[in-house]
Design a protein around this ligand. Structure first.
Ligand SMILES: [Zn+2]
Length: 125
């Protein structure tokens, strides 16, 4: 089972993680989880938890580029390191046997891992 947070990262090209500090509608907030396809977070100073679309009025922090580019493996759908040649590095997967490399190793990624900071609609300034 993949986590919803991973699904959000993969689907929306954002770096969402538990406890990440974000801005929502211009206000500082902390990610506390997911609600289905939505991101759950608590705006600083508020008791209630809000949730909203992962690219709606959310600004993510800039995440440094990894030393090696990463891609989403087409086979196991995981975020894995890529080689200099732009294919998925060899990695294990949980399909049948941990001792076998994932069949997606050495193949092009489904798409590169991206960490967008302003992925969608934002408050008009
Ligand atoms: Zn894989």
């Amino acid at each position: 089972m993949t986590s919803s947070m991973e699904w959000i990262r993969r689907y929306y090209d954002v770096p969402a993680r538990h406890r990440m500090r974000i801005e929502y509608d211009g206000k500082p907030a902390t990610i506390v989880g997911t609600r289905g396809p939505y991101l759950a977070f608590r705006v600083d100073g508020e008791k209630r938890i809000r949730w909203d679309h992962p690219t709606y009025r959310i600004v993510y922090p800039a995440v440094p580029e990894p030393a090696r580019p990463r891609g989403w493996c087409e086979h196991c759908t995981k975020d894995r390191a890529m080689t200099k040649d732009g294919v998925m590095g060899e990695h294990r997967w949980s399909g049948r046997n941990w001792s076998e490399p994932c069949p997606g190793s050495g193949k092009p990624p489904w798409k590169p891992v991206r960490n967008q900071t302003h992925p969608g609609e934002q408050v008009a300034s």
